[in-house]
Design a protein around this ligand. Structure first.
Ligand SMILES: O=C(O)CCC(=O)C(=O)O
Length: 284
């Protein structure tokens, strides 16, 4: 097994619903991924943005266009921008390194550097240890959270967005910079995965809807910070409530997340993320 969890890590995973694995990523892979992200950002900064991006984000009122931008992003590499990055004419009004919120959602299948980072024997071994029979890499994101701009990611669990029956999603969150409370590290409610998902986000008609399964709000006072040095992988159970705060520091907090589901579970047709026939889901 390329990445066996020790008995204590296995206990932590079952008890808390997450496990922190420092130095999981080898330095060369970490550097290659950072370099590739910088190249993609530089391409955008040079004006080579995917068609439609500037229009979609030129006003915060265009919810339908922004919904479409999101709902058709399952099999592409697409930027998502911070509010106010463009003026009403579609002109970028801040530097690209302050404008990007995230990239999504198929870097792991479309870009060789992301593919290599996402399909290591260590990660395949970890997925096997966590009980995956037929792991499928369903979604990848680069989360920028720039200094002084990167905002809160509200408390949620991933099963809400990547529903399977039975529940199977696991999120792997990789620190590409040192993540601390000041620059917006991840937080989670230990043991909160046992409560199941309280909402389900899904397609309805041409838009989306959130079904409330349990209206009880999460107890945000139970969140604990998970500070992580660059190269750390944190594995999150799909029902674990997690949150990240704003980046109030001068330091970047770049992260990469990869979500996997089990192909043995049913993946409903009204999940927001639907791949086209040209890019079927693949395992490790
Ligand atoms: O990186 C973050 O701040 C949030 C990531 C997250 O919530 C996720 O990947 O599910």
């Amino acid at each position: 097994m390329p990445y066996p969890l020790d008995p204590q890590q296995r206990t932590t995973w079952s008890r808390d619903g997450f496990v922190v694995l420092p130095r999981f990523v080898e330095d060369d892979l970490l550097n290659d991924l950072r370099k590739r992200i910088n190249e993609i950002v530089a391409t955008f900064a040079n004006g080579d943005l995917p068609a439609g991006a500037a229009t979609v984000f030129s006003t915060t009122e265009q919810t339908h266009a922004q919904d479409d931008w999101f709902l058709t992003s399952a099999d592409v590499i697409r930027p998502f921008f911070e509010k106010g990055a463009f003026d009403v004419d579609g002109t970028l009004v801040v530097n690209m390194d302050r404008a990007l919120n995230k990239l999504g959602h198929a870097m792991h299948d479309l870009d060789p550097v992301f593919n290599r980072f996402s399909r290591t024997p260590s990660l395949a071994g970890l997925a096997a240890e966590l009980g995956f029979v037929e792991p499928l890499l369903v979604q990848s994101m680069v989360i920028f959270k720039p200094p002084h701009i990167g905002s809160e990611v509200v408390c949620h669990c991933d099963h809400t967005f990547l529903w399977t029956e039975p529940q199977s999603v696991v999120g792997f969150w990789f620190a590409l910079d040192d993540a601390t409370v000041d620059n917006g590290c991840m937080w989670a409610i230990p043991g909160g995965h046992r409560g199941g998902a309280r909402t389900r986000f899904r397609r309805e008609g041409s838009g989306t809807i959130t079904d409330v399964l349990d209206p009880t709000p999460y107890d945000l006072s139970a969140l604990v910070p998970i500070e992580a040095s660059a190269g750390t992988c944190i594995a999150f159970h799909g029902c674990l409530p997690h949150w990240s705060g704003p980046n109030s520091s001068d330091r970047p907090r770049l992260a990469y997340t990869l979500h996997i589901i089990d192909g043995a579970a049913h993946y409903p047709e009204d999940n927001w993320l639907q791949r086209g026939p040209d890019l079927p889901l693949r395992g490790f």
